[in-house]
Unconditional design. Structure first.
Length: 179
């Protein structure tokens, strides 16, 4: 049986979020970056999943940073600091389970994650519409519905610059969110 890491969802504040990224504040600039492809904005709607409070996968990407901005409904952003051993590859990337955190991002807030920050997003409401400031390659289109519903097995073939790590398979662990 897998080991369960329980993580309490907390409000998004600049101070608490600092190890993972930045919270956009009035009169502040944040610059999205991508080493390849182009910076893109897309409006996505994520629907509630019955299994949302338990997750066994996190995404990670080193070639760009990403921003989540809910416009209707709230999303929960689960994060962990970037690994120090980037050269190890997905099977060996350091994941500091002691620093896994979950933040409630409400409409009008903006959560900007650093390159390499482990992450996953979900909604606990019926749905959440949000702006996703991300990287896209020419002709790639918007993020597929499968990804927003937690079905990410085939996403790495569509977007090879995003790595998904199955924590249950790799570390025999899952993350369970607590309100």
């Amino acid at each position: 049986m897998e080991d369960t890491l329980k993580v309490k969802i907390q409000p998004l504040t600049a101070e608490l979020f600092r190890p993972y990224g930045e919270v956009l504040k009035p009169k502040q600039l944040i610059y999205p970056e991508t080493e390849e492809g182009r910076v893109a904005m897309e409006m996505l709607t994520m629907k509630y999943r019955a299994s949302a409070k338990k997750m066994d996968q996190l995404a990670i990407h080193f070639s760009y940073n990403q921003t989540f901005i809910p416009v209707q409904g709230s999303l929960v952003l689960v994060v962990a600091p970037p690994p120090r051993n980037r050269e190890a590859g997905p099977s060996g990337y350091e994941l500091d389970y002691e620093k896994v955190a979950a933040f409630m991002v409400d409409p009008g807030q903006s959560a900007f994650i650093y390159k390499g920050t482990w992450h996953n997003a979900l909604t606990l409401g019926s749905e959440c519409t949000f702006l996703n400031v991300t990287r896209k390659n020419q002709g790639e289109g918007t993020s597929p519905e499968d990804e927003l519903q937690g079905k990410i097995e085939r996403i790495s073939t569509i977007r090879p610059y995003v790595e998904y790590v199955d924590l249950k398979k790799r570390d025999n662990r899952i993350i369970e969110l607590e309100l």
